[in-house]
Structures are given as structure tokens and as C-alpha cells.
Design a protein around this ligand. Sequence first.
Ligand code: UT7
Length: 341
Amino acid sequence: MDGVHPARDPGAPAAVAPRIRSVFAGFGGALPPRVVTNDDLAATLDTSNEWIIERTGIRERRIAADGVTASDLAAEAARAALADAGLEPEAIDGIVLATSTPDRTYPATAVFVQAKLGMTRGFAFDVAAVCTGFIYALSVADAMIRAGQARALLVIGTEVNSRILDWSDRGTAVLFGDGAGAVVLRAAEGRGDTAEPGILSTHLHADGRHEGILHVDGGPGTTGTVGHVRMQGREVFRHAVSKLAAVVDEALAANGLAQGDVDWLVPHQANLRIIDAMGRKIGLPPERVVVTVDRHANTSAASIPLALWEAHRDGRLRKGQLVLMEAIGGGLTWGAALARL
Ligand code: UT7
């Protein structure tokens, strides 16, 4: 009976309403070509390759050329993610972009990306949560897809950290790098259990009482200048270890999952010592933890999507695997996300 719904058998069980969830459909990334090594920095700063490697695990970082902005890197990463998803820009309903180094105070960096991609429809806005920015952006995009407001979204983390570093401060200048990562999220229908592909849950936290331990000392409403990154590294480290451990437990408990269920830890990349501590906490061997900090340094909001892109491209990430993402950064903000690929 074409076009006519057959009458439902009153004795049959009611069909389970499908639940919408957000599935990773594509990954992309962009790294500026210029590599700056620890020795390069030691030429002008009172530091050494040995100190940086021992305390952070960082060997080199990428630095964007003059004139290259966060939206340039983001557009390149977005194009790669769209190609990976097999989608044209016109299929995208919106862009949710995380950055702490926007092209301008306004408009949002996301609209520059939209224009660079040639998109003429959909929405575009930025999320500011510093190094937790990608987890926050992913959470917002996931909620919009679940609510039915969008069917396909670009979620991007992009930074030109080199523009807000004090290059005479060895305590911060050696830690950061530039780059962008992007994912395409698509709506999919399912039963809503943890074995199905999709973002299972996201967990966001902030505690503004600690803003002073990692911040930029300028802005349009205060100094009228862009300002520079200032960090009390040891204090941030102390918070990182305890808060990330707690939010990882929270994410697993929310889904009734155990540490042994996790296939990959894809953490924010600030310090190899923090990454190793989190891997040990979850009981994952080092080969199940995606590490890019040695080559990218800390790319803030871009670090998780860049790590996802790298592990996807080299075939480590496979369909059906459980990925745990976590991050902490200025704010303080911190959070985690669990996703089935
Ligand atoms: O992405 C946002 C989240 N950020 C983080 O998670 C960063 C967390 N913090 C860290 O990763 C670490 O605290 C740092 C890598 C920033 C610093 O490592 P640390 O082992 O905590 O070193 P420290 O700050 O306790 O400094 C130890 C010493 C100090 O000298 P004194 O006071 O002991 O004489 C520093 O002045 O190392 C000195 N130092 C350096 N020495 C050589 C600091 N930076 C450098 C440097 N080169 N680049």
C-alpha cells in the first residue's frame, strides 16, 4: 500500500522512539609549516632543550607566519574535515568555533571561516573556554543536534597562540604552539545506548575564582591592548591532575562504563607528565593514549581535534571504539567527553 501507513496491530509493542545523537563524520586539521625547536627558543631565552623536554615533553611547535589568522587555519582544517566526511560546505547547518586568539574582537572568528568556506547559510559563533574550548564547543554542538536545531555541524578549535605570548617569558613562551583542528558532527537516529556510535555525554565545569593562575593580562574592556599569557604553572598543574581525574570518573559513571571500556584517551596536550598521569589513572597503556604535545606543544582549543585528526589519519581510531577526551585551561575551565566512533 504505497503511501499509506498500515494500521498498527493493537497487540504489538509500541515502537521505541528513535533518539537523535551526534556522530563524528569527519576529521581535519591544519598546522603552519614553520617548525620552531626548543633549541631555537634557547637561542634567545634562558632555557634549554633538556629542561623543556623533561618538564613538558615538548620538542617543537608550529608557529604561524605573519598575517595568518585563526580563521585561516580553521578554514583549512574545516575543508579537510568536510572532505573526510564527503560533504560540501552547503550541507553544514552551522559552525561552532572555539578560540582564545580570535581574528578580531568581533565579529566571531566563525563567520570569517563561514565566508572562507563559501557558505551562505546556517549560523556561526565562537565559544571562549580557553584550553577546554573544544570540549565546550562539542558539548554545545551536540546539544543543538540532539535538540533538532541542526543536522550537520562543523566544530572547530583554532589558535594562533604565538600572538599572545610574551616571548621574553620562559615560563610560558616555550609551552604553546599554533594550529587548528575540526570535526564534522552529523545527526543519527538510534536506540540511545552506549554501544551505538555517537557522543555519549559531555561534562563541563568552571571555577572563576581561579582565573588569576592562567589568564591574558589585557583586553578591550580593561587595558585596551591584546595582552600576554600569564601562568602560575605549578598551581595549574596541581588543579589539572585532581580536576581531570574527577571529570573522567564523572564521564564514565554517567554512562555506566568502566575504565577498561575506554579504547583511546585523547587528552588536551599541555604537558606529557599530566597526559601520562591521566593514562595511568585510567589504566591505559601508553600506546592507547594519543600524544601530539611533543610536536605541536600546547595548541589550546585546537589540541584535541588535532590529536583526533592525527589518530584518525594514521588508522589508530576505528569504528566502534570508545574515545575519552578531557581538558583543563584558563578560567579555570575543565571538562570531558565520551564518544563511540
Ligand atoms: O593548557 C592549559 C593548562 N596548562 C597546563 O596544564 C600547564 C600546567 N603546568 C605545567 O605544565 C608545568 O607547571 C610547567 C611546565 C609550566 C612548569 O613545570 P614545573 O615542573 O611545574 O616547573 P616550575 O614552574 O615549578 O619551575 C621550576 C623551575 C623554576 O626555577 P626555580 O624557581 O626552581 O629556580 C622556574 O623558574 O624551572 C624554572 N623554569 C624554567 N627553566 C628553564 C620555568 N620555565 C623554565 C624554562 N626553562 N622554560
